[in-house]
Design a protein around this ligand. Structure first.
Ligand SMILES: *Cc1c(COP(=O)(O)O)cnc(C)c1O
Length: 262
């Protein structure tokens, strides 16, 4: 949030204060924490400008809020891979813009392509870079990972991609398990070449809500490919199980990711 605030000319917040505020509101709504398997209490802190003013300048007053909502299991019938439309006409963000900020305008910019993809029967859009429409950025509102010939590749953070928390945790887990994880530019052509060579093993998105979302198929310029027989891959499953295991306390948190609300 502070990275975003800095970009949007919003004052940054004291992280310790925010943590205390989250704990306080979670304590108040304690009884809303769902207990069924794979459910959770979604916590969304956000900040809006509140100056009563017409014109373009940073606001002098802000409202910081935390809203909570119990959420059901993201995957009701097991984890089903999603189908992806590789978007060539619209772009989500460009370098130098606000793509790395978690700000409403980025979602506004993404809706048109998302709706078109949905109408064609695709679940999500894979964004390409805004300049050459060649390099892979992210998928929908998730960061994206590719397992190619045993190695895991994810697009490097060049300013137009959201630096997701789940992306970070995923990289940490993979490195811990001995995988080679490479953050670099990867073009859509390289991905299709890996597929043609029989080396594209797994594709998955990462984000807070879905945790790990396997990609089962992609369509780029009418060229459809199927990943791992449209099934969740072993690595995607292991990442999902481990991440949710740490979140729920089923597995030990050796990374210091968990905060106890006491
Ligand atoms: C929120 C979001 C993500 C995922 O970030 P997490 O911190 O892992 O939830 C990725 N891409 C976009 C565009 C997002 O808005």
């Amino acid at each position: 949030m502070n990275i975003t605030n800095e970009r949007m000319c919003i004052p940054t917040l004291n992280t310790e204060d925010v943590l205390q505020a989250i704990k306080a509101v979670v304590r108040i709504d304690e009884e809303w924490i769902p207990t069924a398997e794979n459910t959770s209490l979604y916590i969304r802190p956000f900040i809006i400008a509140t100056d009563p003013f017409l014109g373009v300048r940073p606001s002098n007053s802000y409202l910081f809020m935390i809203i909570l909502s119990p959420v059901g299991a993201y995957y009701k019938e097991g984890i089903n891979p999603v189908s992806i439309w590789v978007e060539e006409e619209y772009v989500r963000a460009v370098r130098g813009g606000v793509g790395y900020a978690k700000t409403g305008g980025n979602y506004a910019a993404s809706l048109k392509a998302q709706m078109a993809a949905k109408a064609m029967g695709y679940t999500q859009v894979l964004w390409l870079d805004g300049m050459e429409r060649k390099y892979i950025e992210e998928v929908g509102t998730m960061n994206v990972f590719f397992k190619i010939n045993g190695e895991v590749i994810t697009p490097s953070l060049e300013g137009s991609i959201l630096p997701g928390v789940t992306r970070n945790s995923t990289i940490a887990l993979l490195k811990d398990w001995g995988y080679t994880v490479v953050e670099r530019k990867i073009s859509i052509d390289e991905l299709y070449e890996a597929y043609d060579a029989g080396q594209l093993e797994e594709v998955f998105g990462t984000g807070t809500a879905a945790v790990i979302s396997p990609v089962g198929s992609l369509n780029y310029r009418g060229n459809c490919i199927t990943v791992n027989n449209n099934k969740i891959g072993d690595l995607s499953q292991k990442l999902y199980d481990t991440t949710t295991g740490i979140q729920t306390g089923r597995l030990e948190d050796k990374y210091g990711w968990i905060v106890k609300v006491d």
